[in-house]
Design a binder for this molecule. Structure first.
Ligand code: ME8
Length: 488
């Protein structure tokens, strides 16, 4: 059986999940569900990144031990993903014993290959934030978190010989132009890689909340080095059956700010250990909220669970995917969400289902006849868009079909028809709805299920997205969406 392995970043447990985290996770969920509909054996991984000084500090501020703190926030992530109907197969935590074991095993291997050496770490430290900051993370020479001055620090550390893999990586990027998507991000990475590449310090002496470094127990493993390994430790690397079955990953879905870690550092680590590289790194754009970067101090961090409760998980999923091209940045506003619910989910889809099913329930004749609108559906285009991970493009294409079915109903005016002609129009409309319910399953799982219940059909596979004679038992149920009243 063909397999499909998709991952999200593992999120820092410094704070609760917001719509940025939800966005990446929803895209991964859509890909997982789509590939299940294609009949593939899917493994969908998400989880939490739980080590490092930032987390130790957040725990202290909350008056908890690091362990108590990470357990609590990891649970919030799990609860949020449940509320958004995220169909992950595994939730990994970097404090899992199996993960910690795999990290130590990996380090021993690349040490044996002489890709780790001892040296002196010279970097930056933000005293009020109590965090180490690499040269790369500095923002105009200041702390990227709080914008304050940083201090230079010097201590013994171990290094990973990243620079050794520069030429290999450049060759790989040259040969496989699809390794990083979109192409503009590939270009940025290649340009940066052509510059001066330093080896990576992968341990810290003064950080205690981390995985002990196997070769020198006075040190702990740098949080990024630990975190990236989740993608294989989750499969039971080195010997786990799932590793053999699912690795290499088909896609690591990430936000654009961590592309370098996934497209350069991670592949270099894998090359050092002689492990195959993932097939694609997909790097999406960023969300702002009402024009601003989300931050606790501005107080504009949008709580996803609250939104999902207020409007439904499907409405939020729809908005986030429909609102902006996946590669670009976009802006979130609650009024934008409401206008897509009223103007699209309700006006295009909800009403279409309601009026078609009302007519079909009353009709006593035979539902059958020529397939007049089959050509409105461009399945090969939808498949192509999924192949390049363009979930926004795919949803737009599906929505064009939804609108074309509405137009068909408006043009044919079935409420004025009867007999065989009405039977034929209903067959077109009901078949269209059945197909739409399959196509929307990855995006709007609850809506899809409700459509199938009302149509009296089962969720089919992608192969069943073609017009035949409708074979369901129609029973109109609850409206798919209700109008949201907008206060002036
Ligand atoms: O970087 N818009 O974790 P993190 C869109 N632990 N996506 C956003 C976003 C926004 N405003 N904010 C966050 C880490 N994201 C590491 C990852 S992986 C081995 C280790 C999403 O909690 C996006 O996917 O800071 C981004 O890359 C990720 O959350 C960062 O999550």
């Amino acid at each position: 059986m063909e397999t499909f392995y998709v991952t999200t970043p593992i999120y820092y447990v410094t704070a609760k999940p917001h719509i940025g985290h939800a966005y990446t996770t929803i895209i991964a969920d859509i890909l997982a569900r789509w590939n299940r509909l294609l009949g593939k054996d899917v493994f969908f991984l998400t989880g939490t990144d739980e080590h490092g000084t930032k987390i130790e500090k957040a725990a202290k501020e909350a008056g908890k031990t690091p362990k108590e703190f990470v357990d609590e926030v990891a649970n919030t992530y799990i609860e949020t993903w449940k509320a958004l109907n995220i169909s992950f197969d595994k939730f990994i935590r970097t404090t899992d014993k199996e993960h910690e074991k795999a990290v130590s095993e990996f380090i021993t291997r690349i040490w044996d290959n002489k890709d780790i050496y001892k040296g002196i770490y010279e970097g930056w430290y933000c005293v009020p934030d109590e965090t180490f900051i690499t040269e790369m993370e500095l923002n105009d020479g200041k702390c990227p978190e709080c914008g304050r001055d940083v201090q230079k620090v010097k201590e013994d550390a171990y290094f990973f010989a990243l620079s050794r893999y520069k030429d290999d990586l450049l060759r790989i990027f040259e040969e496989d132009q699809d390794f990083i998507k979109p192409p503009s991000r590939l270009k940025e990475i290649v340009n940066r890689l052509k510059g001066d590449i330093k080896d990576l310090d992968i341990t810290r002496k003064s950080v205690t909340w981390g995985i002990p470094f196997e070769l020198d127990k006075e040190q702990t493993v740098y949080v990024w080095f630990d975190a990236l390994l989740n993608y294989i430790s989750a499969l039971g690397w080195p010997n786990g059956g799932k590793f053999i079955e699912f690795w290499p990953a088909d896609v690591h879905m990430v936000g654009k700010e961590i592309t370098w870690f996934h497209a350069v550092i991670w592949p270099a680590m894998l090359l050092a250990a002689g492990i195959d590289l993932p097939k694609t790194i997909v790097s999406h754009g960023w969300w702002t909220v009402e024009g601003k970067k989300m931050s606790k101090s501005i107080g504009n961090v949008v709580d996803t669970v609250e939104l999902a409760r207020k409007y439904s998980a499907d409405a939020l999923r729809y908005f986030l995917i429909k609102e902006k091209p996946i590669w670009e940045d976009g802006d979130f506003s609650e009024s934008g969400l409401v206008s897509r619910i009223n103007g699209e989910l309700l006006a295009d889809l909800g009403n279409l289902v309601a009026r078609t099913l009302t007519l079909a329930e009353k009709f006593k004749g035979k539902i059958e006849g020529e397939e007049e609108i089959a050509d409105n559906l461009d399945m090969s285009r939808i498949k192509e868009l999924f192949e390049v991970y363009d979930v926004n493009g795919a949803l737009n294409e599906i929505w064009t079909f939804v609108r074309s079915v509405n137009k068909y109903i408006n043009d044919t005016e079935p409420w004025r028809l009867g007999g065989a002609r009405l039977g034929a129009v209903l067959n077109n409309a009901l078949e269209a709805l059945r197909i739409i319910s399959i196509l929307l399953y990855p995006f709007l799982p609850e809506t899809s299920e409700s459509m199938q219940n009302q149509l009296g059909v089962k969720l089919g596979s992608i192969n069943e997205c073609k017009f035949v004679t409708f074979d369901g038992k129609v029973k109109r149920g609850k409206n798919l969406f209700e109008k949201i009243e907008v206060k002036q």
